[in-house]
Write a protein that binds this ligand. Structure first.
Ligand code: CP3
Length: 352
């Protein structure tokens, strides 16, 4: 057997993929959203002078940044270094990521005529992604790589608002005011997101996460009617690959059942809902990911460990596959050593 195909066998048997499939694990696997590229000094060093979106187009740099937290913390999965707006930039939209702000779109999408600017994403548009994933699969050995995309609602929020937004006013105005235009926008974005995920899976990613970070702004009835169909389309489009599909949002306690219904194999939970309660809301047959409050990382080690132990105990009560994670991304300014200690603690504390 070639080294590559032997690695593929080990990857399938990794604690992370086993937990996603709800199988027995030797210990609870752990990774962190936003583990790649935050406060790590080695990250700041390699990124020096290179704008965020440009860094995403350099395969060697992407591979290096993706590997950094794996080497430093010993996490059980790598998250691909890129951004949810990369496919939108790749189809020609005029957008940028402003440091300390987030994605900013030059001409927001507000009318039917604007939709014409959202063409399909072709694999040739993101050759650098295929290349970077290929490099990583070679370097990661038995550690699985998670590919990702933004969910249609969260992408739509950036496109319609023109940038980050607290209340998503323009986005909701379109959703309520012109449901047909909204539906067509969501459908376009579902095609782009699923094409972006397919590129990553075909290049070797062994799980995918759909980030609907801002879906928590929606009431369940609106989520069901105006958002779920598009996210379900993304999950359907990649179902046949058989890789675990993770669905994550923030403040989505009231939506957990619907987010599972959209087609995920693993539902991400923020810190507001305990995992045993989340299990009841999500229903049977799906694993859970989460859910330590990221702010806890700024407390003394003993407090971090108490809180992490609670997460593990609650997950045990939930009685299903569990991937340990934070309830949202690693905050900037987090002490990297706090993350390394936490990985070690989760592994030791959950050993079976
Ligand atoms: O470790 C990882 O998770 C790797 C890759 C990753 C990035 N963004 C890199 C990035 C992932 C998975 C994302 C997803 C993403 N991007 C989301 C969903 C996750 C979430 O946090 O809810 C969202 C909403 C975005 C949009 C976006 N891009 C934001 C809000 C920001 C932060 C702006 C800031 O500086 O505070 C970005 C920029 C960004 N994406 C950075 C990184 C490492 C920082 C850019 C830099 O270092 O200059």
């Amino acid at each position: 057997m070639s080294a590559q195909s032997q690695n593929a066998v080990f990857v399938q048997d990794s604690p992370f993929l086993r937990a996603c499939r709800g199988e027995a694990v030797p210990y609870t696997p752990v990774w962190f959203m936003r583990q790649a590229g935050r406060s790590l000094p080695e990250y700041l060093k390699v990124r020096e002078g290179i704008p965020m979106l440009e860094s995403c187009t350099r395969p060697e740099l992407v591979a290096e940044i993706t590997m950094q937290p794996v080497r430093r913390h010993g996490v059980d999965a790598a998250i691909f270094f890129s951004d949810i707006v990369v496919p939108l930039k790749a189809i020609g939209l005029d957008l940028d990521i402003k440091p300390g702000v987030g994605p900013v779109v030059a001409d927001p999408i507000r009318t039917r005529a604007d939709l014409a600017r959202l063409r399909d994403l072709e694999p040739e548009d993101v050759r650098y992604i295929t290349e970077a994933v290929g490099l990583l699969v070679g370097q990661l050995g038995a550690v699985p790589l998670i590919g990702f995309a933004g969910a249609p609602f969260t992408l739509a929020s950036y496109l319609v608002e023109g940038g980050p937004s607290r209340n998503h006013e323009h986005t909701k105005a379109m959703m309520y005011g012109d449901p047909e235009l909204w539906r067509d926008l969501m459908d376009r974005l579902a095609d782009i997101s699923s094409a972006f995920l397919k590129v990553q899976i075909e290049a070797g990613a062994s799980a995918v996460q759909l980030f609907d970070s801002w879906a928590g702004a929606l009431a369940p009835a609106d989520y069901r009617r105006h958002v779920l169909p598009a996210s379900a389309k993304v999950f359907d489009e990649v179902a046949s690959y058989g890789v675990p599909r993770i669905h994550f949002g923030v403040g989505t306690g009231e939506l957990l059942g619907l987010m599972g219904e959209a087609g995920a194999d693993v539902v991400g939970v923020d810190w507001r809902v305990p995992l045993d309660e989340a299990a009841r809301r999500v229903g049977p047959g799906k694993a859970l990911q989460g859910n330590l409050d990221p702010a806890v990382l700024f407390a003394p080690t003993s407090a971090v460990e108490d809180k992490a132990r609670q997460v593990l105990d609650t997950a045990r009560t939930a009685g299903r596959g569990h991937v340990f994670n934070l309830g949202h991304g690693v905050p900037p300014n987090t002490d990297p050593d706090a993350l390394t200690r936490l990985v070690d603690f989760v592994h030791r504390e959950s050993e079976r």
